[in-house]
Design a protein. Structure first.
Length: 152
C-alpha cells in the first residue's frame, strides 16, 4: 500500500497501524528527513514493514515519466511537465506506482480535497471498462468504523 502524503503525521500513523495489523507493507512517499522528523515528533518509529520512497530520487522515475508522458502528451503536457509531476506531485507518483504494479493500492486525500485527488489519479489510472469510480472516506471514531462512498 502506498501512502501518497507520507510526510503528514496522520498518514504516518495510518501506515504504522496498517503494518502493525499485518495487512502488508507500507510505502510512504516523501522526503526521508521530513518523514523521520515528523514520525519522531509524533512518537513513532519507522521500522520494519515501512519504506520511505522519495519521488525525486526514485530509480523508477524514467519508467514513470515515459508512461505518464505517453498518456498526457495529447492533452497539452510537455515532457518537462510530466517530469515535474513525477518528481514533485505525490498523488501522481503514488498513482504511477499503482498503475505500473509497484504498489497494490494507494491512500491519499489528507492535504487535498476529494475532487482534486481523484482528478490526479484519473490522469494516471483509467477506470475498469464498464465500472464506475468510487471514492471512499473512512472514519474511525470511538471504536466504530464508518465508510462513506461517493460515486463519480
Amino acid at each position: 500500500m502506498v501512502f501518497a502524503e507520507g510526510e503528514e503525521e496522520q498518514v504516518i500513523r495510518a501506515a504504522t497501524s496498517f503494518v502493525q495489523q499485518g495487512l502488508g507493507t507500507a510505502l510512504l512517499v516523501g522526503r526521508e528527513d521530513r518523514v523521520l522528523a515528523t514520525a519522531k515528533e509524533a512518537g513513532f518509529e519507522i521500522g520494519e514493514g515501512i519504506e520511505i520512497v522519495n519521488a525525486r530520487l526514485s530509480t523508477r522515475n524514467n519508467v514513470y515519466l515515459n508512461y505518464l508522458y505517453e498518456r498526457l502528451q495529447r492533452h497539452g503536457y510537455l515532457l518537462r511537465d510530466c517530469q515535474r509531476l513525477v518528481n514533485t506531485d505525490r498523488n501522481y507518483f503514488a498513482a504511477l506506482m499503482v498503475a505500473l504494479g509497484d504498489a497494490d493500492a494507494m491512500v491519499t486525500g489528507v492535504t487535498r480535497n476529494f475532487s482534486v485527488a481523484l482528478e490526479d489519479v484519473r490522469k494516471v489510472i483509467d477506470p475498469k471498462p464498464g465500472h464506475r469510480v468510487i471514492g471512499v472516506s473512512l472514519v474511525v471514531a470511538r471504536g466504530r468504523t464508518v465508510l462513506v462512498a461517493i460515486p463519480q
